[in-house]
Design a protein around this ligand. Structure first.
Ligand code: ZN
Length: 352
């Protein structure tokens, strides 16, 4: 099969468009011919590598993808149940759930597969979707309507499940609440705007790029704060909320936590699924106990949330933002655009 892989960690120059053996589906797996992959910042971090990351090189990036079923591997082992792939047939269009639980541990069996004891993320610890084929357990696939746009499906899968699990399942967002989203451009943030509006919340977005803020507005944001105009943007949040503060903050930057804690109402929740500004920073604990705040971490989602959010995507209730699409062989240029933050919405790869 054709793929864009890397044989050693490094910059975009290590990506190589080449041939690689097509995966053989194991029992219970489904072989998918990918048509579209979508990029995530994680792809670049995996390509660069980090201490302790021990991959079976060459590695293939990519958590998100959509395509069609080309083979179903029998026989199914016990525990993977025929029901797991009921309804899937050769030719069906599917989108991939990159959150790989083992399907057998106590967490997986209680529906918390994003806490799996043997958890993997497609494209991070195992070879991913920058390729013509991928083979996965049937439970990782969501069957799409035949005419649904595969770019939208691939673009939605990781960021919408992540935002849904954080805002709805973990964060218990309620109608009428106010949500502050820190950052205007990232995939999880745009998905968070969409989901928060769907939930009936008011959305405040703080960002530093005027163009991205305007796009956030077209995407549903109610109030925009340009942080380049404020030394302390948490004060600006108070001003636009009648000095109330917000009920919920979505902060996937990390180094902005002090501003976020200040911007919260008493009893507010700070939701986080990542730390694009780096993993370590100082916070003042007095805000947490005196205002009785909650800091709620989340990662990816579970199978049930994935189905819920994809049902809303394919019916058009939620609408992922799409940026540009590149041919698979130009994955390096696509990753550069993503890493430089030049995109609004998801960058995709056309696999053909
Ligand atoms: Zn498990």
């Amino acid at each position: 099969m054709k793929t864009t892989l890397f044989r050693q960690h490094g910059g975009p120059e290590v990506l190589e468009y080449t041939d690689f053996p097509t995966p053989e589906p194991k029992p219970g797996e489904v072989l998918v011919r990918l048509r579209v992959a979508a990029l995530n910042r994680m792809d670049v971090m995996v390509r660069d590598g980090w201490p302790g990351l021990n991959l079976d090189l060459p590695h293939i990036n990519g958590a998100d993808g959509a395509g069609e079923v080309v083979a179903l591997a029998p026989p199914l082992p016990p525990g993977d149940g025929p029901e797991a792939r009921a309804g899937l047939q050769v030719g069906d269009h599917v989108v991939i759930n990159a959150n790989l639980g083992c399907g057998e541990c106590d967490y997986c069996l209680s529906g918390r597969d994003n806490m799996c004891r043997d958890w993997h993320l497609l494209g991070e610890t195992v070879r991913g979707t920058y390729a013509e084929y991928v083979s996965l357990p049937a439970r990782q696939l969501y069957k799409l309507p035949a005419d649904f746009d595969l770019h939208k499906a691939a673009a939605a899968a990781l960021v919408y499940q992540t935002a849904w699990h954080s805002l709805i399942t973990r964060g218990k967002l309620q109608k009428g609440e106010t949500v502050l989203i820190v950052g205007a451009g990232g995939g999880v943030n745009t998905a968070s705007i969409d989901i928060a509006k769907y939930s009936g919340a008011q959305v405040v977005v703080v960002g530093s790029d005027a163009q991205k803020l305007e796009k956030a507005k077209t995407f549903g944001a109610d109030i925009l704060i340009d942080r380049s105009k404020f030394e302390n943007w948490s004060k600006a949040v108070f001003l636009v909320t009648d000095k109330q503060g917000v009920d919920v903050v979505v902060d996937n930057v990390g180094t902005t936590f002090m501003h976020s804690l200040r911007a919260l109402k008493k009893g507010g929740r700070l939701l986080t699924v990542g730390n694009s500004g780096g993993p370590k920073f100082e916070i003042d604990n007095r805000y947490i106990f005196a205002k009785q705040l909650s800091i709620i971490g989340s990662t990816m989602s579970n199978l049930a949330d994935f189905k819920t959010v994809m049902d809303l995507i394919v019916t058009g209730v939620l609408e992922p933002a799409l940026d540009r699409s590149y041919p698979l062989k130009d994955a390096a240029a696509a990753q550069e655009r993503l890493w430089m933050g030049e995109n609004f919405g998801k960058i995709t790869l056309d696999i053909g």
